[in-house]
Design a protein around this ligand. Structure first.
Ligand SMILES: CC(C)(COP(=O)(O)OP(=O)(O)OC[C@H]1O[C@@H](n2cnc3c(N)ncnc32)[C@H](O[C@H]2O[C@H](COP(=O)(O)OP(=O)(O)OP(=O)(O)O)[C@@H](O)[C@H]2O)[C@@H]1O)[C@@H](O)C(=O)NCCC(=O)NCCS
Ligand code: ADE
Length: 291
């Protein structure tokens, strides 16, 4: 019989960043009760998604995130070679996700946002403040990947129909929904002793108050987007997820968005990116050496 190997393992920076990204995705999926999204209670507005699938999808993306961080370390600077490497790895990551989920799009937006952020973090590991990391990610997002296919995605269709800014523009603007809304709300709610899960719910709601979520627009049009933004604002105005009044508003928002088939998948992806940046700033899991 072999003895259990309790030797500490040394992980590379790329591996630790991939761990942080996957942890953020799993924390987002588990967070409950999220309005109309997959969580521990159920599938929200979705018929083809469930929590196990979200976990499997998150885990399937670990090699892609690691490879993106490694590409950043090899290239060493922001430029077309890195942007195009990220595009190629991102497309391979999407293929791995779809193979895992049987063709269901679980995390397309998250691959995009977290992929850029993982690469931006790897480029300058000492410069880990959210504002600096998102600015580097934006500079990458502004570069044009010559090999990117131009499919008529849901995001592209609602951009045509409503002129909405989607995932690409959010990244190119350095993730204002995260740095201006999600992260500050996360910190405010923590400071008010809301409890970690409530603080994360409040961060998601803060993102939902203004985001042009192309997932919601595609499924429920402008009425759905309006309901999402107003409803999220109402929860926060009532005192947030930690209060009874806020919880009542949150329940009402959940019911309303499910009735409209309006799933805020883009906001969920940005919450995962927000949790990643928060952990990065705090140095969680990134202490060099032993894990
Ligand atoms: C540049 C891309 C991001 C492509 O963007 P585009 O808008 O053209 O493409 P979409 O396929 O619509 O994907 C964008 C996904 O981003 C999320 N999102 C939506 N709004 C926003 C926003 N305002 N800001 C940030 N992120 C946003 C959202 O992802 C979530 O929703 C997904 C489910 O959406 P959908 O497929 O519409 O699903 P359903 O309605 O459920 O479909 P049916 O059931 O009806 O069939 C879910 O997966 C969440 O992740 C949008 O979906 C980028 O993706 C790209 O160019 N990729 C190519 C590779 C690459 O370059 N990678 C770079 C690596 S760093
Ligand atoms: N929890 C979630 N539910 C539905 N779609 C999502 N996309 C990303 N996270 C999601």
């Amino acid at each position: 019989m072999r003895a259990l190997n309790l030797q500490p393992q040394t992980l590379s920076l790329a591996e630790r960043l991939a761990d942080l990204a996957v942890d953020a995705l799993i924390d987002e999926a588990d967070l409950s009760p999220k309005p109309a999204l997959v969580d521990r209670r159920g599938s929200g507005a979705h018929t083809d998604l469930h929590l196990g699938l979200m976990h499997a999808s998150a885990l399937s993306l670990w090699p892609a995130f690691k490879e993106m961080a490694e590409a950043a370390l090899v290239c060493g600077e922001i430029g077309l070679p890195l942007r195009e490497a990220l595009g190629r790895i991102g497309r391979e990551g999407e293929a791995a996700m779809l193979a895992t989920t049987g063709g269901v799009n679980t995390h397309r937006g998250a691959i995009w946002a977290l992929g850029l952020l993982v690469a931006a973090a790897a480029l300058e590991p000492e410069s880990n403040v959210a504002g600096a990391v998102t600015l580097r990610a934006a500079r990458l997002a502004l570069l044009n990947d010559r090999y990117a296919p131009q499919p008529l995605s849901h995001g592209a269709q609602v951009a045509q129909r409503y002129g909405a800014r989607g995932a690409r523009e959010e990244a190119q603007l350095a993730f204002p929904a995260i740095t201006g809304l999600g992260l500050p709300q996360l910190k405010r709610s923590r400071a008010a002793d809301a409890g970690e899960q409530n603080a994360r719910l409040d961060a998601l709601l803060a993102i939902m108050t203004t985001l042009a979520d192309t997932c919601v627009l595609y499924r429920a049009g402008e009425a759905g987007l309006h309901a999402m933004q107003q409803g999220a604002q109402a929860v926060l105005a009532a005192g947030g997820s930690a209060t009874l009044a806020g919880r009542r508003q949150l329940h009402a928002l959940d019911q309303q968005l499910i009735a409209l088939n309006a799933s805020p998948g883009g906001a969920a992806d940005l919450l995962a990116a927000c949790l990643f940046l928060d952990r990065l700033e705090r140095g969680d899991g990134l202490v060099p050496g032993v894990c």
